[in-house]
Design a protein around this ligand. Structure first.
Ligand SMILES: C[S@@+](CC[C@H](N)C(=O)[O-])C[C@H]1O[C@@H](n2cnc3c(N)ncnc32)[C@H](O)[C@@H]1O
Length: 265
């Protein structure tokens, strides 16, 4: 019970963190744009379909989906993201404020779910997978990208040399994803994993981009010993080990793309 409350509070925090980034998000979303577009070849080529964009954010891809498919729903936990999306996107889209762990949609009602860089926030992930498979029609598809273990390893290891706090979220491994998505109701039929290395002028630039993406909710924590500033400085010194000869700071994002089909049971 206490653990469930903790997880719910955490989800509210994630939503707020993304919400406060809703206006700056589209400019700092280089990775999102790349990964979202890269899912396009897996999209069904019929257009009489009902589609859910799960964790729709500012609605950039929801808008693209609405230019092809009959009925498009954008769902997000952050009402600020939804507010931005409602103002800027195709008026035929239906927007829902909800948590992916408790979807306000009927069983067997959606032809496919599109979800770009959202699943890494789900906790517990198996609960959200059960929900996604519940609302999909038999034979329906879940087309998604997420980040897996190895993501931001430069930042993780630089912080590790400073303290034992958790500064970067725990990403699932590819093996864990395979175990979770292959179950009695679903099968992971296609998958791809690739490293995307983005370049930054300095560590502040990286931190700003993570903040701009709303992915910084772990950063607000108590500091013991050294002050927050000193720790930050020490971390940036360790990050120099990864510096490229051109003076650019790299950050690795390990991108996993998956295509899951709901089995006809
Ligand atoms: C990195 S953004 C991606 C947004 C969008 N898919 C895109 O490609 O631009 C992640 C989004 O997931 C939403 N999100 C995080 N946890 C969620 C949850 N439990 N239920 C629904 N949405 C969630 C956040 O509010 C945020 O808008």
């Amino acid at each position: 019970m206490v653990q469930t409350e903790h997880k719910n509070t955490n989800r509210v925090k994630i939503g707020k963190s993304f919400g406060s980034a809703s206006k700056s998000y589209d400019v700092s979303a280089r990775l999102q744009r790349f990964s979202g577009k890269h899912l396009m070849p897996w999209l069904p080529n019929r257009n009489d379909l009902t589609v859910l964009d799960l964790g729709s954010g500012t609605g950039f891809f929801t808008d693209l989906l609405a230019s092809t498919y009959n009925q498009v729903i954008g769902l997000d936990i952050s009402n600020e993201m939804l507010h931005f999306a409602k103002e800027h996107r195709n008026k035929k889209i239906l927007w829902l404020e909800a948590d992916a762990h408790k979807l306000p949609l009927q069983d067997n009602s959606i032809d496919f779910i599109y979800s770009n860089l959202v699943i890494q926030w789900f906790d517990p992930l198996d609960e959200a997978i059960t929900e996604m498979l519940r609302i999909l029609k038999p034979g329906g598809l879940l087309i998604f990208t997420t980040l897996v273990d190895g993501t931001l390893h430069e930042l993780k290891s630089s912080w590790k040399q400073v303290d034992d706090d958790q500064h970067v979220i725990d990403f699932k491994t590819v093996t864990e994803l395979n175990t979770l998505f292959n179950n009695e109701n679903g099968k992971l039929v296609e998958q791809k994993c690739q490293d995307i290395v983005l370049e930054y002028q300095n560590v502040i630039h990286l931190a700003r981009e993570l903040k701009g993406l709303g992915a910084n909710h772990l950063a607000q924590k108590q500091n013991r010993g050294l002050s927050g500033k000193d720790k930050w400085f020490k971390m940036t010194e360790h990050y120099q080990d990864f510096l490229e000869p051109s003076g650019i700071y790299p950050a690795t994002y390990r991108l996993f793309s998956g295509l899951v089909v709901k089995l006809n049971n």
